[in-house]
Design a protein around this ligand. Structure first.
Ligand SMILES: *Cc1c(COP(=O)(O)O)cnc(C)c1O
Length: 400
């Protein structure tokens, strides 16, 4: 009986598990930090004053609610009804700020003076530096040396916002090395530092906390769709998955509505069989990554495989434990889209709707023709971010 309940529940249990996935697999040195957060996060998030402050900042600083836009020409082309949830219109250009606003308010209530974060492409680093400036907290962002060179504009943004960007010079000098160094910093400063994780990954309670902050996305979709089509539930919700935070937010209030199909789109990179891919559910196996049991891309002997995607935000070798459970239980429909398909979809959306999407979000657009959509279907696509940051990549394709 208990097993059946577990299989059909998409809420985290009190041990931090979604089905077989989740938990907190952390070095003993980190235990006090994670435990302090675990003991306090729900109580803090449920306080009326916390909710009031969070909601006010979402409205006046982030610019929420973000519009739910009927994409008429795209709908016509696909002979169905497509709505775009415009997370690209959030302050800083993507959904990530919903989470960093929430976490910095938690950090303040835990009396933390300093925020530490790691970033790969720099998007989460910028969202973190932004809220640290807003709240006047010290901000230290670890970033792989190679990523700093590849993503110079985001390094400049973080520095302009007052953050200290520390190069991670060990290993492959990319995201995983930055993660190691940020963890080390946290272990050495457990009392006064909060570590802001940028997706629904990491040890419990991070995946649940981040999903709850991002759940404002589906909360708004339900209201907006009721106004527009007379029912809160679409037939499909579609979102791209790197770690899975925009998807978790877009799916959250539909997890227990079986009539709503949840489509999660991963990056196939150059193709599933090329060895240059980030399609975790297609290529991965269960294992432990960044503090939780999940599905990750790994070699025969369990070494994490270097992922690849044209889009920096999807270039991650794992997925959050909620998504591993959605995949494992069959609740989620996991698809993979190649670089080429994503770029083509970005070109199409730009010309059909006047919206240049982030490369990540373009993966969600690209899957639409493959879903067998019917004329009566109502589809909501989470447009996680805007494409300004990807313009040089798009330009290379246009001119190729
Ligand atoms: C970071 C990012 C993603 C991927 O992160 P998730 O946690 O999977 O949402 C997707 N889209 C954009 C625009 C991003 O910046």
């Amino acid at each position: 009986m208990e097993d059946i309940l577990k299989e059909t529940s998409f809420e985290v249990n009190n041990k931090g598990f979604y089905g077989h996935f989740g938990g907190a697999f952390i070095p003993e040195m980190l235990y006090p930090n994670v435990e302090e957060l675990r003991e306090n996060y729900l109580q803090i998030m449920n306080e009326p004053e916390f909710q009031a402050e969070f909601r006010a900042l979402l409205a006046d600083y982030v610019g929420r609610p973000t519009p739910l836009f009927l994409a008429r020409r795209l709908s016509e082309q696909l002979n169905t009804t497509i709505y775009l949830k415009r997370e690209d219109l959030c302050h800083t250009g993507a959904h990530k700020i919903n989470n960093t606003i929430g976490q910095i308010l938690v950090a303040k209530r835990l009396d933390k003076q300093r925020i530490v974060a790691e970033t790969g492409a720099g998007q989460h680093g910028v969202a973190t530096a932004t809220v640290c400036a807003l709240m006047g907290l010290e901000c230290i962002v670890y970033m792989g040396q190679i990523d700093m060179e590849r993503q110079k504009p985001n390094v400049d943004r973080m520095r302009m916002l007052g953050a200290t960007v520390v190069p991670a010079t060990s290993g492959s000098q990319t995201l995983k090395d930055a993660t190691n160094e940020a963890m080390r910093h946290w272990i050495n400063n457990p009392v006064d530092t909060h570590y802001i994780i940028g997706s629904v990954v990491g040890p419990h309670p991070y995946p649940d906390m981040v999903a709850r902050f991002q759940s404002v996305i589906s909360e708004e979709i339900k209201k907006q769709l009721t106004n527009k089509v007379g029912r809160p539930n679409p037939d499909y919700v579609v979102a791209c998955v790197g770690g899975g935070s925009n998807a978790a937010g877009a799916f959250f209030h539909y997890l227990n509505e079986p009539s709503v199909k949840l489509v999660a789109v991963e990056a196939a990179g150059m193709g599933l069989t090329t060895g240059h891919s980030a399609a975790t559910t297609a290529l991965g196996k269960p294992g432990v990554l960044h503090g939780s049991r999940t599905i990750l891309m790994q070699t025969e002997d369990g070494q994490v495989t270097e992922p690849y995607s044209i889009s920096a935000g999807l270039d991650y070798p794992g997925i959050g434990p909620l998504h591993a459970h959605l995949f494992d239980s069959g609740r989620g429909d996991f698809r993979a889209i190649t670089d080429e398909e994503a770029v083509q979809a970005a070109m199409e959306l730009s010309r059909l709707e006047g919206i240049i999407p982030a490369l990540e979000s373009a993966h969600a657009i690209a899957v639409l023709p493959k879903l067998g959509l019917q004329p009566n279907d109502v589809v909501v696509v989470c447009l996680s971010g805007r494409g300004d940051k990807d313009l040089s990549t798009y330009t290379k394709y246009i001119n190729a």
